[in-house]
Ligand binder design. Structure first.
Ligand code: XIL
Length: 343
C-alpha cells in the first residue's frame, strides 16, 4: 500500500481522481490509502437531502463538515452529492400546509400553491447549503437521476416532477448559481447515460434548459458498470455528445460489478481470478479511452475506495462483490495495475 504508485499522480495531467466515502472511513488504513491515491472526495450519503436537512430548517452539518475538513487538510477537491434527488429525501418537502401529501391534491388552485411552496423550500435548501460550502466545494451535483425513459415524457415521475414539472430543475440550478457565483461548477447527474435512448432524452433536456438560460456546467455520468457491459465506446460517445454542447463531463460513481446486472449468482468466498482479470482489462480499456480523448472528462470518481466497503455488496442483492481497484484488505488488485501501468 505504501510503495505502490498513486492514481492521482498518474493522471494529474488528465483528470482528477476521486472516491465516495462515509465519514467513518476518514481514519486508519482507508484514510492513508485515500491520502495517497486520490485528490477528490465525495460524501457517499451524508450530503443527501435526508441527511443534511432531515426536518425543515434543521440542518445537520456535522458529518458533511468532517468530509470537507479532511479534504481541505489533504489538498483534495470536493464534489457535492446531491442537492436534489427522488430518493433519500425527507417527506416534509412534499407535505402541504395542512400536512397532507401534495401529490394527493386535486384542486388546481391549491396545486399551484403547493408547487410554489415546494419550489420555495427547494430554493431555501439549495441556498443554505451552497452558501455554507461555496468556498470549499467546487463541483456540485445539483439534480440526480431526473431522466427515466419509461416514464411519461421520459422524465422520472418523482414527487418533484409530479408537483412542479421540470421547474424544480431550473429552480435548483438558478438558486445554486445565485448563491455560489460563477466559480462553482453545476452538474446534472444520472446513471445509464451510455444508453442512447436515455442519453438522448438527457441531451434534449439539457439543451432545453440551456436555451432558457439555466446555468448547467456539466454532466455527471454515474458509470455503475459491470465486467460485461456496457461498451466503452458507448460510454465515451455519450460524453462526446455533451462535450459538443460545450459542457464538461465527469465520471461520478464509477464501479464495475463482477456480475451481470440481471444475474443473481453469488461467487461466495472468492471472486474467480479470470473475472478479476476481465475486470482489469475493462478498466484498462476505459482509462485508455479517457486519456486518449483529452479534455473529455475533468474527473473520475469511484463509488468507494476499496472492496471492503461498497454499496453493491447489498444491492441489488446481498452477495460477494469486488467492483473497485483495491481489495478487502486494501491491497491493489489487477485492475489497479492495469490502470497505472497499462503496457
Ligand atoms: C447509494 C449509497 O452508496 C448507499 O450507501 C445508500 O444506501 C443508497 O445510495 N446512485 C447514486 C448514489 O446517485 O447516491 C447511490 O448511493 C448509488 C446509486
Amino acid at each position: 500500500q505504501v510503495d505502490i504508485p498513486s492514481l492521482a499522480d498518474t493522471f494529474k495531467n488528465d483528470f482528477a481522481i476521486g472516491a465516495a466515502i462515509e465519514p467513518d472511513q476518514l481514519n486508519g488504513l482507508s484514510a492513508d490509502l485515500m491520502k495517497k491515491q486520490i485528490n477528490m472526495l465525495v460524501a457517499e450519503n451524508v450530503m443527501k437531502p435526508a441527511s443534511i436537512q432531515p426536518a425543515e430548517g434543521q440542518f445537520n452539518w456535522e458529518q458533511a463538515d468532517r468530509i470537507v475538513a479532511f479534504a481541505k487538510a489533504n489538498n483534495m477537491a470536493v464534489r457535492f452529492h446531491t442537492l436534489v434527488w427522488h430518493s433519500q429525501v425527507p417527506d416534509w418537502f412534499f407535505k402541504d400546509v395542512d400536512g397532507k401529501p401534495m401529490t394527493d391534491e386535486t384542486d388546481p388552485k391549491k396545486r399551484e400553491a403547493n408547487k410554489r411552496l415546494l419550489l420555495d423550500r427547494l430554493d431555501a435548501h439549495v441556498r443554505a447549503i451552497v452558501g455554507r460550502y461555496k468556498d470549499d466545494i467546487t463541483y456540485w451535483d445539483v439534480v440526480n437521476e431526473v431522466i427515466e425513459p419509461a416514464d411519461p415524457d421520459g422524465m422520472r415521475s418523482s414527487n418533484w416532477y409530479k408537483i412542479t414539472g421540470t421547474d424544480y430543475i431550473a429552480t435548483s440550478f438558478r438558486a445554486a448559481r445565485e448563491a455560489g457565483g460563477p466559480r462553482i461548477k453545476l452538474y446534472i447527474n444520472d446513471y445509464g447515460t451510455d444508453d442512447p435512448k436515455k442519453r438522448d432524452r438527457l441531451y434534449d433536456l439539457v439543451k432545453e434548459m440551456l436555451g432558457k438560460g439555466v446555468p448547467i456546467d456539466g454532466v455527471g455520468h454515474q458509470t455503475h458498470i459491470s465486467v460485461y457491459n456496457p461498451s466503452v465506446t458507448n460510454i465515451v460517445d455519450s460524453m462526446k455528445k455533451f462535450r459538443e454542447l460545450g459542457l464538461d463531463n465527469q465520471i461520478t460513481e464509477l464501479d464495475m460489478s463482477v456480475y451481470n446486472w440481471n444475474d443473481r449468482t453469488d461467487y461466495g468466498a472468492a471472486v474467480p481470478e479470470d473475472i478479476l482479470q476481465k475486470q482489469a482489462q475493462r478498466y484498462r480499456e476505459l482509462f485508455e479511452a479517457l486519456k486518449s480523448n483529452a479534455g473529455l472528462v475533468s474527473a473520475v470518481v469511484f463509488w468507494g475506495i476499496a472492496d471492503d466497503h461498497t454499496w453493491l455488496s447489498t444491492f441489488p442483492v446481498t452477495r460477494t462483490e469486488a467492483p473497485l481497484l483495491f481489495d478487502k484488505q486494501l491491497h491493489a488488485k489487477p485492475a489497479f495495475w492495469a490502470i497505472v501501468d497499462p503496457s
